[in-house]
Design a binder for this molecule. Structure first.
Ligand code: FES
Length: 137
């Protein structure tokens, strides 16, 4: 498993995403309410750039006549045909046990050895509370 430092926490504000290349794969990293999640940027339907889709919520099971909207900011809608996925797990909304997109671990680390020597990583002016986002592929 490769470890890739992709930037500072402040580079991806809550509700936003960034797309990175790691080990030959395009992967989207999402900030959902201050937590980071990563999924492959390829829809399992017809390989659309899934991570460019809209971020939204979803309707929840409810009684007839009720309308419950929840999980705002946790659902990703494919830009081509509208399949929806849980950003936190990569599982589809319509068939979570059979249709999903690959999800990757993301950690936030205060210190990364050798990061000062790596010229391939963008740097930002940050406070000391702003850790590094690390993608594990
Ligand atoms: S390519 Fe994503 S829903 Fe069709």
């Amino acid at each position: 498993m490769g470890k890739h430092v992709v930037g500072r926490v402040s580079a991806i504000p809550p509700g936003d995403r960034r797309i990175f290349e790691a080990e030959g794969r395009s992967i989207g990293i999402f900030n959902v309410g201050g937590e980071f999640f990563a999924i492959r940027n390829s829809c399992p339907h017809q390989a659309a750039p899934l991570c460019l889709g809209s971020i939204k919520g979803m309707t929840m099971p409810s009684k007839p006549g009720e309308y419950i909207w929840a999980r705002e900011g946790e659902i990703l809608r494919c830009p081509w045909h509208g399949w929806e996925f849980d950003i936190k797990t990569g599982r589809s909304i319509f068939n979570p046990h059979r249709t999903r997109v690959k999800a990757y671990d993301v950690t936030v680390e205060d210190h990364v050895d050798g990061i000062e020597d790596d010229e391939s990583v963008e740097t930002y002016d940050v406070s000391v509370e702003d850790g590094w986002i690390v993608l594990h592929v």
